[in-house]
Design a protein around this ligand. Structure first.
Ligand SMILES: [Zn+2]
Length: 216
């Protein structure tokens, strides 16, 4: 069982092979080779990075929240968590984490959930599901709507109450907090840098994130 474990990385940004800032509300999709390490940085703090992972060799096999939670016996992700696909294949392991807790059950915001949770006039607001769809549609032609799955919300705080309830709480991340994952196979990463303005997951002010990749 994992506990909140803050672990810093010794990797230097100057030695990275890839470095990109993803503006607030934008998406990103990229393939990792086996052994490569990706760092996702919450540049200004309190920013949810909605993320999905796919086995690049079998694109229909994606990250599974249920398999991951069951395998580690804990609903939160932090250093030591191994992300597992639907098939049971291990995709990535979290090797460093200065935030300490990431959500895997809150899911992504969508036009539909915005109208149900907030108000009907929120229907047209930018949302993570649309960002995911746009990225999938433009990526090599391998991915379709059916490849959307319950995602990880890095830097998002969704505590489970003693009664089993979920709360979308104010974030526990801070400027510069990061999570680092080592890819255990060829993995495709899909990120929506959440544009949500109706709940505290982005502190009502979506901000940029940074992705950095190192070779093994
Ligand atoms: Zn979102």
């Amino acid at each position: 069982m994992t506990v909140m474990t803050k672990v810093k990385s010794s990797r230097k940004e100057s030695e990275a092979i890839y470095n990109k800032t993803i503006p607030a509300g934008e998406g990103w999709m990229h393939e990792l080779k086996k052994g490569q390490v990706i760092r996702i940085v919450d540049l200004e703090g309190n920013q949810a990075a909605d993320t999905l992972f796919y086995d690049a060799e079998s694109p229909e096999d994606h990250y599974s929240a249920v398999a991951t939670i069951a395998r580690q016996g804990n609903v939160y992700l932090t250093t030591g968590s191994t992300l597992v696909a639907e098939s049971g294949k291990e995709l990535l392991t979290i090797v460093a984490d200065t935030c300490g807790r990431h959500d895997t059950i809150g899911g992504a915001c969508s036009a539909q959930s915005n109208t149900v949770r907030y108000a009907h006039d929120k229907l047209s607001m930018h949302n993570c599901r649309d960002t995911f769809m746009l990225q999938l549609a433009h990526y090599k032609g391998e991915y379709l709507k059916r490849d959307l799955a319950p995602n990880i919300n890095f830097f998002m705080n969704v505590p489970v109450t003693p009664e089993g309830g979920l709360q979308f709480a104010d974030g526990i991340s801070a400027p510069g907090c990061y999570v680092e994952l080592e890819s255990l196979c060829e993995t495709t990463v899909l990120i929506s840098n959440c544009p949500q303005l109706n709940n505290p997951c982005n502190a009502y002010n979506p901000t940029p994130i940074q992705v950095i990749i190192w070779d093994k």
